[in-house]
Design a protein around this ligand. Structure first.
Ligand SMILES: NC(=O)c1ccc[n+]([C@@H]2O[C@H](COP(=O)([O-])OP(=O)(O)OC[C@H]3O[C@@H](n4cnc5c(N)ncnc54)[C@H](O)[C@@H]3O)[C@@H](O)[C@H]2O)c1
Length: 346
């Protein structure tokens, strides 16, 4: 395996996407170091990997330059996943979002300039496209129109990275992920497909805002495959490139997602309401990642619905309400500022 001696740093590697990616990359021969502050009390996501000598876990904040420097030691590649993820959590905690998603990630990117890393993958989002004309499936060149603080910071970090062309020794790639679905040890039931399946499984009435709005979806395991492919691709194919990650078959309206679930749970109660709080509407074109990297996701939305439902029906998620903080991005648990940091601030 060409990757035998490569060590990848997953920043935010104990989250929903990172937990699955860790197992995938370890299985493919990478050494993985995870830097994560565990802001959802998601310690348990590191447990399964600690026995593996190719895995290291570091608890720490991406905003702490000393920790970041330690985490970068002897690392070949870096994947940035960390941050406050999603529109609701960033609008609930705007100050922390500025501090982490903008200042913290920005300073990590600056720090990388002094380290001999090879690849950098910045995980961004298709949310950056915002509201798109009905008949357009947007490609990577479509003008970005971020509607939330979350997407605005993503766009800012993308621009910061892409502006480094010719100025840095490492090879960065921006991946704009579709909305994830599927099982992870840091399960998130605040993501559309996962949430809808659980609500209808529980027999709850589901209120769906703007049912005809489009979104691209992608299974969480397929993101791991995409990252693996980018890390292993020739640099001339991926350096300073932006790729949408997903596939057209998984562009679904919310109504289509609900209809998939109703095939399994037909007597569900669903109500629809136009003009909800979230105006995002976009279908995405994934031709570039298919053409350049020959990447196609393996898991469809209907398969994901089956997967989540099977787990719920076996009682694997019977205690979500008791540990709500773990099962979605609703609340954050950041350590109190250190006394010396407070003094500096004063
Ligand atoms: N989940 C999706 O649907 C989706 C869609 C598009 C893009 N993405 C991107 O994928 C990445 C991962 O998303 P996710 O769903 O796994 O999110 P997540 O919230 O599950 O994971 C984020 C991780 O970052 C960690 N973190 C947060 N602040 C930190 C800090 N200051 N220092 C160190 N670690 C910190 C958290 O503890 C958590 O483990 C994000 O960059 C997100 O923008 C996700």
């Amino acid at each position: 395996m060409a990757t035998d001696k490569r060590k990848v740093l997953l920043v935010g590697g104990a989250g929903y996407v990172g937990s699955v990616m860790t197992g995938h990359l370890l299985g493919k021969g990478w050494s993985v170091r995870c830097l994560d502050q565990l802001i959802y009390k998601n310690e348990s996501c590191a447990w399964p990997y600690l026995i593996n000598p190719q895995y290291e876990f570091m608890r720490g904040d991406v905003r702490d330059p000393r920790i970041v420097t330690q985490a970068l030691k002897d690392v070949d590649d870096v994947v940035i996943l960390a941050g406050l993820v999603g529109d609701p959590i960033t609008s609930k905690f705007p100050d922390e979002s500025h501090a982490i998603n903008r200042a913290g990630i920005g300073s990590l990117i600056d720090t990388l300039r002094n380290h001999p890393v090879d690849r950098l993958i910045f995980v961004s989002t298709c949310s950056n496209y915002g509201l798109v004309e009905e008949d357009t499936a947007v490609d990577e060149n479509y003008p970005l129109a971020p509607l939330s603080l979350y997407a605005k910071h993503k766009v800012e970090m993308e621009q910061k990275i892409l502006s480094l062309k010719g100025k840095v020794g490492f090879h960065p790639t921006v991946l704009r992920f579709a909305t994830a679905f599927g099982l992870s040890s840091r399960m998130r039931f605040d993501l559309t497909v996962n949430e809808f399946v659980r609500e209808l499984h529980l027999g709850n009435e589901l209120l769906v805002f703007d049912p005809k709005t489009w979104r691209p979806y992608c299974h969480v395991s397929d993101f791991s495959r995409a990252v693996e492919q980018v890390l292993g691709a020739p640099t001339d194919k991926v350096a300073f490139e932006v790729f949408n990650v997903g596939c057209e078959e998984n562009n679904f309206t919310k109504l289509m997602v609900v209809e998939e679930i109703l095939k399994h749970i037909p007597r569900s109660k669903v109500t629809y309401q136009e003009r909800g709080a979230d105006p995002r509407n976009y279908r995405v074109n994934f031709e570039k990642i298919r053409r350049v990297l020959n990447f196609t996701p393996e898991v469809s939305v209907p398969q994901g619905v089956n997967e989540i439902l099977a787990a719920l029906r076996q009682g694997l998620f019977d205690h979500v309400e008791e540990q709500r903080h773990f099962f979605g991005n609703y609340e954050i648990f950041l350590p109190a500022p250190h006394v010396s940091d407070l003094k500096r601030a004063i």
